[in-house]
Design a binder for this molecule. Structure first.
Ligand SMILES: CCCCCCCCCCCCCC(=O)SCCNC(=O)CCNC(=O)[C@H](O)C(C)(C)COP(=O)(O)OP(=O)(O)OC[C@H]1O[C@@H](n2cnc3c(N)ncnc32)[C@H](O)[C@@H]1OP(=O)(O)O
Length: 239
């Protein structure tokens, strides 16, 4: 097996040296034992110009590394997006190979890019709020030509849950209330704004609004309750 990988890497290096105009392939990227989970919220070729424009806008508001390797502080931060929430934990990439290894996060389980949930979350820790840029793919149809209400609920749960998890650690959704105000055309790019309303003991109350990218149109409004859980709660309930 290792011999086969080494031979493949050798062939690739040979190919690279004979084709100097091609961007070099990083051999480390082919190493099968990655310790860094893949970030699914990177731009890809299925992102529409509108999606790219809003992404660029929030990216300019984010922390950046300057040329002198200093961190330039900014209010916003782009969160990575993994295909299992366990991968956010230290060593999670290894645990994910042991605990229900075939399980995948609902929003990151389709291989075809652009077909379902394309999204990226930017969080503002000081203001305890986040914005998700979401492009709804063609496999998310509900009413003809429009996004399925369950797909919208999934994104609201994901974004409000990401904010609650970012602020308070492990949580589970206890309650989600959604009002659908306007149908969302399939292929739309929308903003999902979430903000912490209040914290009471183990409970985090989050509000959420889904709007057009210029914020002139309201598609959906929601409130969510998340309850902080212990790791025992997660694994204790599995038989
Ligand atoms: C950087 C980080 C990023 C992270 C990225 C992640 C990406 C993915 C994000 C994806 C996100 C997707 C996430 C998902 O999809 S999670 C999957 C969907 N959710 C579930 O399956 C949850 C099932 N339910 C439970 O496990 C428990 O019931 C929970 C954990 C919710 C509460 O447990 P428990 O019952 O043991 O709690 P407690 O007795 O200690 O009570 C505590 C307090 O809570 C109050 N309460 C409880 N229930 C409700 C209710 N329904 N309405 C109103 N209030 C409720 C209760 O009165 C008490 O209040 P108080 O007496 O203190 O006033």
């Amino acid at each position: 097996m290792l011999g086969h990988i080494a031979r493949s890497l050798g062939r690739l290096q040979l190919l690279q040296s004979s084709l100097p105009s091609i961007r070099p392939v990083s051999t480390m990227a082919l190493w099968p034992f990655s310790s860094q989970p893949r970030d699914f919220s990177q731009p890809n070729s299925t992102w529409s110009p509108e999606m790219c424009k809003v992404y660029d806008h929030y990216n300019t508001l984010c922390d950046t590394d300057t040329e002198n390797k200093e961190r330039k502080r900014a209010p916003w931060r782009k969160l990575p997006s993994y295909n299992r929430s366990i991968k956010y934990a230290t060593g999670g990439i290894h645990l994910s190979k042991m605990i229900k290894a075939q399980a995948r996060l609902f929003t990151r389980n389709i291989k075809e890019q652009g077909a379902t949930f394309e999204y990226v979350v930017f969080v503002n820790k000081e203001e305890k709020r986040c914005v998700c840029v979401f492009q709804a793919g063609h496999l998310l149809e509900g009413a003809p030509g429009y996004v399925h209400g369950g797909a919208i609920a999934t994104m609201i749960d994901t974004v409000t849950g990401t904010l609650a998890g970012f602020l308070s650690g492990p949580i589970m959704t206890a309650n989600l209330n959604i009002n659908y105000r306007n149908p969302m055309p399939l292929g739309s790019v929308v903003l999902i704004h979430s903000a912490l309303d209040q914290i009471e003991r183990k409970k985090q109350f989050i509000t959420c609004k889904v709007t057009s990218t210029d914020e002139s149109k309201l598609y959906t409004e929601a409130t969510a309750l998340f309850v902080s859980i212990s790791v025992d709660h997660l694994f204790g309930s599995q038989n």
